[in-house]
Structure formats: C-alpha cells, structure tokens
Design a protein around this ligand. Structure first.
Ligand code: PLP
Length: 380
C-alpha cells in the first residue's frame, strides 16, 4: 500500500456490528473481561483504548514503525521519551528546538539529575563533541523552530549508532509525508498531533513511533505507569486528520514555496528562511530527506526592526495572530514577542532569533489570497 491508501485503510476498519465505514468513538473507561484473571484485548482505557489504538496503528504504518503510542499532547510524548533515563544520564539536543522541549529538558528533567547539553544540530562536529560517556540520547528537530534549520537525520543516526545511544526526532514540522526518520536510522519519532496530524486547530495530542519492540515495551510501560494518554475524541480527530494529511501537507508546502519566492524577491524583506529556497544553507540536505515538498512553515525578517515586524504581524487578515501551526488556517506570529518571549533578549539574539523575525504557518487557503494578505500587511 502507498502512503495515501495506508492513511485511509490501515487502522480504520469498518465497524463489524453495524457496517459503519467510520469506526465508532469508544469512550468506555473499562472493558468486561472473559474471566477472572483472563484478559481481553482491552481492559482499562489508560492501558489501551480501541479508538486510540486505531490512530496508533495508522501513524505507525505511515512512519514505517512497528508500534506507536498516543499521548495527551506533544509534550507528554516527549516527556515519556525523557523518562527512559535516570540520574546521571545525559541528553544532547539541538539548539533550534521547540521552546517547550527546551523548558522540559532544562526545568523538569534536570530535577531528576538528567542533564542536557544543547548543540547546533546542523553542525555535526559540534553535535558529536557534545556527547559524553553518559549521554543516552540525541534529540533533534528538522526543520527546526523558528529558524527552519535543517539537520541531517541520516548523519545523526550514524553518530548515535557509533556512540551506542538513541536518536529521537521531533518530526512535527516535516510529518511522515515529507520525512520518515525511522527509515533514516532514527530510533524514536515524536509528533505533536496538535499540528499537522490533526490539522484543524481543534484537538491536542502527541505520539511516539518506534521500530524496535523492546524500546516500544519500555515506552509503553512508562506511558501506562504515568498515564498521559490521548483521549478518545482527540484520537478520533487525529485519525480523521491523517486521512487528508498527504494532500494537505503537499498543497500547503506548495503554497509555502510560492510565498517564500515572493518574499525573497521583495525589498521590504531582508531575509527568508525556508528550506525550499536554494539560498537556504540546509537546502541540499532538505532535498535528500524531504520528499514532495519542503514543509509549510517559513520565517522571514522584515526591514525596519521590531515595531515594523510587530505591526505587520498585527495587520494580516487571513493569517491569524496566534502561536501553534500545522492547520488549515494560516497563522502568523512574532517569535520575539510570542513563541520565544520567555528567552532573555541576549540569549534569543545569540540563538539567531532576531526582533524583526516573523514566523508563518501556511494554511490551505488560496495562495494568491495569502500573498495579497502579506503584501498589504507589509505596507502598513
Ligand atoms: C507544538 C509542538 C510541540 C509540543 O506539542 P503540544 O501538542 O503543544 O504539547 C513539540 N514540538 C514541536 C515542533 C511543536 O510544534
């Protein structure tokens, strides 16, 4: 089966009782057992739920994994991965990562004595140098957030293998439509299902997908023991989202490419960060590890500094001023005052996140309407 067929036919069997082509949403918290001490497939919804299982089955197939676990949010999924480790263990993570992951690693995992070192993941030497004898995992994101840096996943997998450590990839921006990290040698793929997988800004969820059964069992044990599972309604919405994922991501990527080219040719813009542009430093690697598009996230710097960029972000009509991403609605935000406002200014600038940086999530609206919207906002 090819990708789109899997997204519709794996994990989505018709209901045998009624013939309904869409499986019902199972809200039951508990399940009747065949006998005392005998267990059916499901017993209690934290441990397993049929609606959640359907989503897990589909996303595992799309990523080329052997199993997936669905969580209440993307952060719950990442947290589960970090709970594989204990005091004295060390994680190396990229610098261009989701702010919430930075916070989890530096303000929660460190309390259990798990230390994190950040290194620029697009500089493989720097990344490898950060590995110590107690390093247990490399954690990367490609494209990165908010600078759209590209990390060579295959090369990172080789480094992880050489040092006998795990490679985890937050693949929220790329989705399995564009990149399948397990095929490139990663051990764990993480998704915020809140973004492209759900795709409609109406549910919250996360997922971990793995190939190795022993690793799956360890993660399942932690998930069941700690309990941050995806709820049945969110599981249904995530499953429904997957059915249109390929179409949405390809179309949104096409529009993003169109807007990136328009912005790159515009004198009101000083810099465009989009891996589809040949001027992007990660373009060649992006071409190798991203199929059929370069994603629908892009960032750019507006000439005129913070106030000009702020005014622009506040003046769009179709691009709504909000954090989050990956849905059919286009969104716009200014990292300096929104998604990355928790950084000190110095630290933020040191990470390359300028005051005049704008990040957009390109939705499914008409490309020309979206350009007209950016154009008028830039003239404000
Ligand atoms: C949103 C996001 C997360 C966190 O997911 P939640 O569902 O908000 O918990 C993690 N990584 C990336 C890249 C994200 O965009």
């Amino acid at each position: 089966m090819k990708f789109r067929t899997k997204s519709i036919h794996v994990g989505n069997q018709r209901d045998p009782q009624t013939g309904a082509v869409v499986p019902p949403i199972h809200v039951a918290s508990t399940f009747v057992q065949p006998g005392a001490g005998e267990w059916g497939e499901f017993d209690y919804s934290r441990s397993g739920n049929p609606t959640r299982k359907n989503f897990e089955t589909t996303i595992a197939a799309l990523e080329g994994g052997s199993g997936a676990l669905a969580f209440a949010s993307g952060m719950a999924a990442t947290h589960c991965a970090t709970m594989l480790f204990s005091t004295g263990d060390h994680i190396v993570a990229g610098t261009d990562i989701y702010g919430g992951t930075y916070r989890l690693l530096h303000k929660i995992s460190n309390r259990s004595g798990i230390e994190t070192t950040l290194a620029a993941a697009n500089d493989l030497d720097a990344l490898e140098k950060a590995i110590t004898p107690n390093t247990k995992m490399l954690w990367i994101e490609s494209p990165g957030n908010p600078l759209m840096s590209i990390t060579d996943i295959k090369a990172c997998a080789a480094i992880a293998k050489k040092h006998g450590i795990l490679l985890g990839v937050d693949s929220t921006f790329a989705t399995p439509v564009l990149t399948r990290p397990l095929e490139l040698g990663a051990d764990i793929v993480m998704h915020s299902a809140t973004k492209y997988l759900g795709g409609h800004s109406d549910s919250l969820g996360g997922a971990l997908v793995v190939k190795d059964q022993e690793l799956f069992d360890r993660l399942y044990f932690i998930q069941n023991a700690t309990g941050a599972v995806m709820a049945p309604l969110d599981s249904f919405l995530a499953s429904r989202g997957l059915k249109t994922l390929a179409i949405r991501v390809k179309e949104q990527s096409k529009t993003a490419m169109y807007l990136a080219e328009k912005l790159a040719a515009d004198s009101r813009i000083t810099r465009v960060l989009y891996p589809g542009l040949s001027t992007h430093p990660g373009h060649d690697i992006a071409k190798q590890q991203m199929d059929s598009g370069f994603g629908a996230m892009l960032s750019f710097e507006v000439a005129g500094g913070f106030e000009k960029a702020k005014k622009m972000a506040e003046s769009t009509k179709f691009f709504q001023l909000a954090v989050s991403l990956g849905a059919v609605e286009s969104l716009i935000e200014q990292p300096a005052s929104m998604s990355h406002a928790s950084y000190d200014r110095e630290d933020r600038l040191a990470h390359g996140i300028q005051d005049e940086l704008i990040r957009i999530s390109v939705g499914l609206e008409d490309a020309e309407d979206l350009w007209a919207d950016l154009d008028q906002a830039l003239s404000q």
